[in-house]
Write a protein that binds this ligand. Structure first.
Ligand SMILES: Nc1ncnc2c1ncn2[C@@H]1O[C@H](COP(=O)(O)OP(=O)(O)OP(=O)(O)O)[C@@H](O)[C@H]1O
Length: 265
């Protein structure tokens, strides 16, 4: 059984079908990429899985549990966390505090436990602290623990976002363009981190990425979206050699003349 099972998912915005009848399955402990030209529907697809948008049709299950109709925080509690295309850290908080916020969804105590600082609250706080330290260590950012997140180098801010998503102890993590803006060295480090997330934490990874070198060397399976529909799917070399994929990229890339990395499969 797939860990994530998406069947015939569709989402329209007015007259535009952003995601069109997409079926997508992710095996447990897989590293899977979703690629496609700009506007292909990739982020909308993630937004549907994470409860930001409700689909018009189709089903989404995680380990057999239905996710359609859940709020984003409920999807996190069910076991899916994510990072976003643009950095979404709290700049006035330290690296550690940013991660503790991510942990909030797993806390057991309620509002009054926090107000009254009950034993349950203190245990929650201690657990959040421990998780934050473990995750900082895991992504290699221990030295930045007490530093404001805004003062971290760019690549480290992106790693911190991943640490925050991991602090919710997900079954599956969705990474939306994790290598965007990274230099080649940072991208290599990111590749190792993504492998460690799967190999050491046992967390399944799905990423949207435009950096084709990263996608082709890291992914076990690739799904290509184009105008909201699934255009191709398969092993990296199969997708790379699929004429329909080349045409989708080169057609648009050549027309726009500016897609850079995207056009180079
Ligand atoms: N909230 C919205 N309202 C209306 N249209 C939207 C909305 N969100 C996305 N779209 C449209 O849906 C289509 C798919 O957009 P989406 O952002 O999912 O593509 P993408 O593949 O993630 O693109 P990129 O690679 O540029 O990030 C686009 O035409 C976009 O303009």
């Amino acid at each position: 059984m797939s860990l994530l099972d998406v069947q015939r998912l569709t989402k329209t915005f007015g007259g535009l079908t952003a995601v069109n009848d997409v079926t997508f399955q992710v095996p447990e402990r897989g590293i899977i990429s979703v690629i496609g030209p700009n506007g292909a529907g990739k982020t909308t697809f993630f937004n549907l899985i994470t409860g930001i948008y409700a689909p018009d049709a189709g089903s989404i299950t995680l380990a057999g549990q239905n996710l359609v109709g859940l709020r984003p925080d409920q999807v996190v509690a069910a076991g899916i966390s994510r990072t976003f295309q643009n950095i979404r850290l709290f700049p006035s908080m330290t690296a550690e505090e940013n991660i503790m916020l991510g942990r909030g969804v797993r806390l057991k105590g309620g509002f009054w436990d926090a107000v009254l600082r009950t034993g349950k609250f203190r245990r929650d706080e201690e657990e959040a602290n421990n998780t934050a330290r473990l995750m900082l260590d895991f992504v290699g950012l221990s030295k930045w623990r007490g530093e404001l997140s805004t003062n971290l180098p760019y690549g480290d801010q992106r790693r911190l976002e991943i640490a925050r998503a991991l602090a919710t102890t997900p079954k599956l993590i969705l990474l939306d363009e994790p290598a965007a803006g990274m230099n080649p060295r940072e991208t290599e480090d990111l590749k190792a981190l993504i492998r460690a997330i799967r190999d050491e934490l046992g967390v399944t990874v799905v990423l949207i990425e435009h950096d084709m070198r990263l996608v082709m060397t890291l992914s076990e399976n690739i799904t290509v979206l184009n105008y909201g529909s699934k255009l191709s799917e398969g092993l990296p070399h199969q997708v790379r050699n699929d004429p329909a994929v080349m045409e989708a990229y080169l057609g648009r890339g050549a027309a726009a003349g500016e897609h850079g990395k995207e056009a180079r499969l």
